[in-house]
Design a protein around this ligand. Structure first.
Ligand code: MG
Length: 380
């Protein structure tokens, strides 16, 4: 019996594929195949909760002593995925807008096939226009549910080595010089500190910090320096004083000036305000050495992963930031940390009491939970 070349290739190809699948019949593949057959979507529960802050949190216009969060539970087949949304007024979000957006996604989630989680993410995106925190909460819960159902930690589902998670920074906010010194002393367990600058007292802040520690510092200027010569002078001065990266030295709209600074800077310049999602990254490669990814800002873990690969393909460094959130959100982000250079995951440490337990920090090292899913424990 003869067969055409095309038929021959098709047949042998099939044989090779079948043999490959049989030899690689990992528990993950078997479970994927088994779980892939289940039908029907999620039952979603939304809970809002007020969490008190350890210290009053001051921003330009007001001071708050608590923050309000929306928590999501996606339930199906006896497995529950957990997610959290911390709204950011700066991006037009409120607790109400988060809950409203989650409700818009409810019918999509109720009808979805969770195992097609890429499609689910796309469908949810369509009703979450501008509401990235709500979308992030759903995607975190979705990834938790998938990896819990597989019985493996999320980092393992992504093929990551948790031992590669770098040390995280601990942030010191702008305050009186006495308080800055006190906060630096309280941060004794953290070997890397992130210092907020960009007002008119940078020299005073650095002197206060350096009066109590010789630790490596990272500086966030939050768009504070408005002239390129000034920005470069600051970056050079910081580099000489034990600072290893500077975040967002100039305003978002001053991209050309930032590129000028980057070309001359002795240390990496990282974008934060200039980047939200993967679509922003290609145009930033000239002006920045790296990007700061925040899962809440990106709209979830899947988009954050895409951002990591895109930035890497452009030779950029990755910082991993966060909002003031519970351990649920922080742990979700921490599962990405083996792929990053500069984790900055300290948002849960600003809460007076954290309802969840997840990633631990030891001497600055992020210790990911060795449990299925996000590995977060706690009560809603
Ligand atoms: Mg920043």
């Amino acid at each position: 019996m003869s067969m055409s070349r095309k038929e021959f290739l098709r047949t042998t190809g099939k044989t090779v594929l079948a043999a490959g699948a049989a030899s690689a019949a990992s528990p993950l593949l078997v479970q994927c195949a088994k779980k892939g057959k289940s039908s029907g979507g999620f039952n979603m529960e939304i809970k809002t909760k007020r969490l008190d802050l350890r210290h009053a949190w001051t921003i330009a216009r007001n001071t708050s002593t608590y923050k309000e969060y929306a928590f999501v539970q996606l339930k199906k087949d006896g497995v529950c995925g957990w997610g959290e949304a911390a709204h950011n007024v700066r991006y037009g979000e409120s607790l109400e807008s988060i809950v409203e957006t989650l409700e818009k996604a409810r019918p999509i989630l109720a009808a979805c096939d969770p195992w097609k989680f890429v499609d689910v993410n796309e469908a949810v995106q369509a009703v979450c226009e501008g509401q990235t925190a709500a979308k992030a909460a759903i995607d975190i819960a979705l990834m938790d549910w998938i990896s819990k159902s597989l019985g493996i930690p999320l980092y393992q589902m992504w093929g990551l080595d948790p031992a590669k998670a770098p040390q995280t920074t601990f942030s010191i906010g702008i305050d009186t010089m006495d308080m800055v010194r006190q906060k630096v002393e309280e941060a004794a367990p953290y070997p890397l500190l992130k210092i907020k600058m960009g007002k008119d007292n940078d020299e005073e802040i650095l002197a206060a910090v350096r009066s109590v520690t010789n630790k490596t510092l990272r500086v966030d200027a939050n768009e504070g320096w408005k002239e390129k010569e000034l920005a470069l002078r600051k970056v050079e001065w910081l580099a000489q004083n034990g600072v290893d990266i500077v975040e967002q030295p100039m305003p978002v709209e001053m991209m050309e000036e930032t590129a000028w600074v980057k070309a001359r800077a002795p240390i990496p310049i990282i974008a934060d305000e200039s980047v939200k999602t993967s679509g922003d990254i290609p145009k930033l490669a000239e002006a920045f050495d790296g990007i700061n990814i925040k899962v809440d800002k990106a709209g979830g873990l899947q988009e954050s992963l895409r951002m990591i690969w895109m930035a890497r393909s452009l030779g950029m460094k990755i910082m991993l930031g966060c909002m003031v959130s519970s351990s649920l959100s922080i742990t979700a982000a921490a599962h990405l940390s083996p792929l990053t250079d500069y984790p900055d995951l300290d948002g849960h440490l600003l809460l007076a009491s954290d309802p969840f337990k997840g990633v631990q920090v030891k001497d600055g090292w992020l210790i990911l939970p060795d449990k299925p899913g996000l590995g977060v424990e706690g009560a809603f």
